[in-house]
Design a protein around this ligand. Structure first.
Ligand code: CMP
Length: 397
């Protein structure tokens, strides 16, 4: 393949990645999502039989156009598949085969089925198979949800506690269903005469759904029902707790990696050893700010300081002047060191990535790593003197 085609393929690959943060990537995702929504809306509307014929024709045309867009997308994605880093070791053909059999490839293939069926002579009408297939486009929505990856990792990390909760669920369900079956089967043979029937009631009650289609009538049955409802709330609370903790831990791990990448760009951390650095990384948080956003306001209490890992901010000094700080600089330290309100307002001049260090963590780190605290203090002293000098020359004028 020529060099030009290869760079074009690499460029398209970057822009088509669902996680690409560049404006081109975002634009492509917005277009993809709009086409998907239009397609789904058309499929849903087409299922209404009473619609006038011209409207139905328009909807059918829309579906065909959307299917064509997805077909082109599938072909392009198949072409760019060898660019993926995970297929580095494979030949182009094998990379494409791997992509085609991945979840993304299979969803893409299902999405082009309507186009293939149309080409094969099946008409797309409100009730035929081709149109029903279009509902599979909804699977493409999943590709736009990056949290799916996190969710599957959380479920995998927490599989042991989740399995325990499910086992508790199963035990309670079986005991309650058996007890209700024994207590209720004489009065309600139709509903509780068999174990599966009693289990249906137990599932509906344990999940706190309560359709009310099957209700225990004996005193014993009702007591079992009451206990089952309370157990249901406890089991759901357990499940929620396990998942919430798992999400929080996963997010902390991801944040750690994000900060670790950013921290190398801040010179003040460059001289620190790996152990010290890992301690600081655990306390920093990344924040992305668009341009022209005020990060700190003069007079506000200071609860954190910031390191610029990429971008630029403008410090609006009290005397009217301003100073720009770029990559690797820090600000917000004066309020923490002097335990006073912010001395100036600071705003971004362009999209900026900041690493935030909260006051309590700052004081802890300052006591552990005196060299770092010293470097911050020296700069704060210089800034204070600079501001006093500026103020003095201002009053002289
Ligand atoms: P703080 O007072 O917490 O909040 C405003 C921040 O602006 C301040 O900390 C410093 O980090 C920064 N700042 C104040 N004066 C200057 C200056 N002369 N040069 C660079 N930064 C400054």
């Amino acid at each position: 393949m020529t060099d030009r085609a290869q760079t074009l393929r690499a460029r398209i690959y970057t822009a088509l990645r669902y996680t690409d943060p560049s404006p081109a990537g975002r634009r492509w995702r917005a277009i993809h999502l709009s086409v998907l929504c239009i397609g789904l809306l058309a499929v849903i509307l087409l299922s209404i039989d009473e619609l006038p014929k011209p409207t139905k024709y328009g909807l059918r045309l829309t579906i065909v156009l959307v299917a064509i867009v997805f077909f082109v997308e599938y072909v392009v994605r198949l072409w760019i598949a060898p660019e993926a880093a995970r297929f580095d070791q494979l030949s182009s053909a094998m990379a494409r085969l791997h992509w085609a059999t991945s979840a993304q490839g299979l969803v893409g293939l299902l999405a082009i089925m309507p186009a293939v069926m149309q080409a094969g002579g099946y008409g797309i009408t409100g009730s035929d198979t081709a149109s029903v297939f279009c509902i599979l486009w909804i699977l493409k929505l999943g590709l736009h949800a990056p949290a799916f990856g996190t969710l599957s990792r959380v479920v995998s990390n927490e599989r042991a506690p989740l399995a325990s909760v499910l086992i508790i669920f199963g035990i309670i369900l079986m005991i309650a269903a058996t007890a209700a079956h024994m207590l209720e089967r004489v009065r309600q043979p139709e509903q509780f005469g068999s174990l599966p029937g009693a289990m249906w009631w137990a599932v509906v009650t344990l999940t706190t759904t309560g359709y009310g289609d099957v209700v225990p009538l004996t005193v014993g049955g009702r007591m079992i029902g009451a206990m089952l409802m309370i157990s249901g709330i406890a089991v759901l609370a357990l499940m929620t707790g396990v998942l919430a903790t798992g999400f929080a831990q996963e997010e902390r791990r991801r944040e750690y990696l994000r900060v670790w990448e950013q921290v190398a760009r801040v010179p003040i951390f460059a001289s620190l050893g790996v152990v010290t650095l890992s301690e600081i990384v655990g306390k920093l948080r990344t924040r992305y700010y668009p341009g022209r956003i005020t990060v700190v306001r003069r007079g506000d209490p200071g609860d954190s300081m910031f390191f610029i890992s990429g971008g630029e901010v403008e410090v609006r000094l009290p005397n009217g002047g301003s100073v720009r700080l770029g990559d690797g600089a820090f600000f917000g330290e004066m309020a923490l060191l002097e335990r006073q309100p912010r001395t100036a307002s600071v705003a971004t001049t362009k999209p900026t990535t900041l690493l935030v260090l909260y006051a309590s963590d700052f004081y802890e780190i300052a006591s552990h790593i005196p060299a770092l605290a010293e470097a911050v203090e020296v700069e704060a002293r210089r800034r204070r003197e600079e501001n006093l000098g500026r103020q003095a020359s201002e009053t002289k004028r």
